[in-house]
Design a protein around this ligand. Structure first.
Ligand code: AMP
Length: 121
């Protein structure tokens, strides 16, 4: 599969469409989901062109991988949902058709601010 430069998150990264930004550094951008499923629903995306977690695992540099994982912690801390200053959260990545992925740019959902409930429903 080839990365689609016109996916909605690519457009957000190029600032062609707006987002409610939470955090940004050289590796990631984080913003609020437009259709929140929980009290807090943030998205964390790598700045590189990666379709999904499998693509990222194969093609990202070690720095990009560390940047994304550390970035998730930075965002969670900023939102006061991390284990440092909150009560925890769920980080979730949908991958491909069976995983229910709609936007073909790797993203982690961070759900928090309340009990998230069952793992899969
Ligand atoms: P997924 O099903 O894992 O691909 O999730 C895609 C997510 O992107 C959904 O939760 C959407 O609500 C969210 N989304 C779609 N368009 C936007 C947008 N313009 N800004 C913020 N979130 C968006």
């Amino acid at each position: 599969m080839i990365y689609d430069d016109n996916n909605i998150f690519a457009k957000i990264l190029r600032e062609e469409i707006p987002c409610k930004k939470i955090y940004e550094d050289e590796y990631i951008l984080s913003f609020y989901d437009i259709n929140p499923q929980k009290k807090i629903h943030a998205l964390v995306i790598p700045k590189g062109k990666f379709i999904d977690l499998d693509d990222f695992a194969k093609k990202a540099t070690d720095q990009e991988i560390a940047g994304l994982i550390r970035g998730i912690n930075k965002v969670a801390t900023k939102l006061d949902i991390s284990m440092d200053n909150g009560k925890g959260y769920r980080a979730l990545a949908n991958i491909g058709e069976f995983g229910g992925q709609e936007v073909p740019h790797l993203h982690f959902h961070l759900f928090g601010g309340e009990k998230i409930g069952k793992m899969v429903h």
